[in-house]
Design a protein around this ligand. Structure first.
Ligand code: NDP
Length: 499
């Protein structure tokens, strides 16, 4: 009945004689140190883990492709984006931010949306979220932000007080926290959420013209969210709900897809645009820069091995192919250092040689050696310049993407504000003009639920008076009532009434 099965071997390929029994002195005697197979098995077991990602630990992913649906040559010369109908193989990893491996998928959180395009000009990695904005706009605050979402130093418990303390002392977080506290903070599945670059990037066409761009991956399954109660119920039912949902959908050939729509800003617009277009806490309103559909992403293949292809997958914001570059967005510039650094720490300096990370083009450079080096350059010279061959960069053919920076003193300072750069304008617009009355009711309920758990009174007061009331006065009043607080406006009204 069973097919012929290979004999078990050691990692050196040597056949072994038992899958069950250690080598012992007689059936009742002690184990022997010379049982090299047992020792290899136990020693390998103790080394099965690589360091977790520091955040975005819990995730899942799948392979698929990106297909171009419109001519974009006027904006970018990127080879993989040029040619309607052209397909590029992809890997996508979706994740939660704060929880560890094993954490409930549906807990309120932002979701990571990391994409790797295996292009003919090398790997292009686009690492975004399911939200168009972010909590902080300067990488200096990033580790502090993540610490505030993680666990207390003494108890090892997560703690809402820490989260609200950080957010309310960082008003630039208000836009992202509004989205996080809405039902978009608890998507029904990874398939039912959008992905955004969030950061601003630069595109450059063959003539050298530059554009600022934002990517929007719109779910073709439609946006669907859990209510807070539904998300909490799912926590008890299936901790791995998102991971399972994606796997099952692909296994039944119900392939999830997203439409790529771009916002494209002419290079010259950036200086005087009413918002700083490089501030990741802001969106570009659609009426200023409408989205332009240019492609479609489909996930149609589950991994063969979760560890090798999803855990060891490494995405690097700095992996941009010709025709795509960074922008003066401070977060993207900081992220360009952090991702490869993390991957080198987790998987070693040769992590790019792992099959899931390996580009589908030949690699030519002078890096050499290091732990677990697999690919090598034979007897190629190991330095440049040299007189004996090896790769040679052609500065006429390739240039680093660039932009003009006015001469200025080196300093630590906030961005120069643009006309409408206020931390509360855009979340206020979202609350008043985009959300339905039901969305607003759920937002209030979700904020109250979150703010009521272990958050100290002074921080609740700050959250209402200095944060939500600035997003929208009505929202502030509703929250104050629910929490039994008196806002300055309510106190003023009481005073005027003489109560
Ligand atoms: P629009 O009315 O043109 O766009 C609003 C967008 O908000 C929609 O297209 C949709 O984008 C998204 N949206 C709809 N419902 C919700 C919700 N409940 N929670 C969060 N987002 C929602 O207005 P503007 O472009 O002027 O933007 C107004 C506000 O909308 C912004 O301040 C921002 O808060 C929010 N927004 C704007 C986006 C942008 O890129 N301009 C993107 C997402 C949100 P989508 O299909 O991408 O979800």
């Amino acid at each position: 009945m069973t097919a012929q099965r290979p004999n078990t071997t050691t990692d050196a390929g040597i056949p072994v004689s038992s899958d069950e029994y250690s080598l012992t002195v007689g059936p009742s005697g002690p184990n022997l140190l010379q049982d090299a197979y047992l020792i290899e098995k136990l020693a390998h077991f103790a080394r099965e883990r690589v360091p977790d990602r520091v955040y975005h630990v819990k995730g899942g992913g799948a392979f698929g492709y990106f297909e171009v649906t419109a001519d974009v040559s006027q904006w970018t010369k990127s080879a993989f984006l040029n040619g309607v109908g052209k397909r590029t193989p992809m890997l996508v990893r979706l994740s939660s931010v704060a929880g560890e491996e094993g954490y409930p998928d549906t807990d309120r959180d932002v979701r990571g949306f990391a994409m790797k395009f295996y292009t003919e000009e090398g790997n292009y990695d686009l690492v975004g979220n399911n939200t168009p904005v972010f909590f902080v706009r300067d990488p200096m605050k990033f580790p502090d932000f993540i610490h505030s979402q993680e666990r207390m130093p003494d108890s090892g418990l997560r703690n809402n007080n820490m989260q609200w303390d950080f957010w309310t002392l960082s008003p630039e977080s208000a836009h992202q926290v509004t989205i996080l506290m809405s039902d978009r903070g608890t998507p029904r599945s990874w398939r039912h959420m959008n992905g955004y670059s969030s950061d601003t990037y630069m595109w450059e066409n063959a003539a050298g013209e530059k554009f600022w761009v934002k990517y929007h991956f719109k779910t073709e399954q439609g946006i669907q969210n859990f209510t807070d109660a539904e998300a909490k119920a799912m926590r008890g039912e299936d901790l791995d709900h998102y991971r399972r949902d994606l796997w099952d959908a692909i296994a039944r050939n119900d392939y999830p897809s997203w439409r790529l729509e771009m916002q494209i800003m002419p290079y010259e617009d950036a200086v005087n645009y009413r918002f700083n277009p490089f501030d990741i806490t802001k969106v570009w309103p659609h009426k200023d820069y409408p989205t332009i559909p240019i492609g479609r992403m489909v996930l149609d293949r589950n991994p063969d091995n979760f560890f090798a292809q999803i855990v060891q997958a490494a995405f690097d914001v700095a992996n941009m192919v010709p025709g795509i570059g960074p922008s003066p967005d401070r977060m993207v510039l900081g992220r360009m250092f952090a991702y490869a650094d993390s991957a080198r720490y987790r998987n070693g300096p040769n992590y790019m040689q792992l099959p899931v990370n390996r580009p589908r083009v030949d690699v030519h450079n002078y890096n050499k050696d290091g732990p677990m080096r697999y690919r090598h350059n034979g007897s190629q010279p190991v330095y440049a310049p040299n007189s004996y061959g090896g790769p040679k960069a052609d500065p006429q053919r390739y240039r680093d993407p660039s932009w003009f920076v006015a001469a200025a003193e080196i300093m630590r300072a906030a961005y120069q504000p643009h006309r409408d750069d206020d931390d509360f304008i855009q979340p206020g617009t979202l609350y008043r003009q985009v959300m339905t009355p039901t969305d607003r009711d759920h937002l209030v309920g979700n904020i109250i639920g979150h703010l009521s758990q272990e958050v100290e009174r002074p921080i609740q007061e700050r959250a209402v008076n200095d944060y939500w009331a600035k997003v929208d006065p009505d929202l502030g009043t509703r929250l104050a009532r629910e929490l039994g607080l008196v806002t300055p406006a309510m106190a003023g009204a009481q005073h005027a009434r003489g109560t």
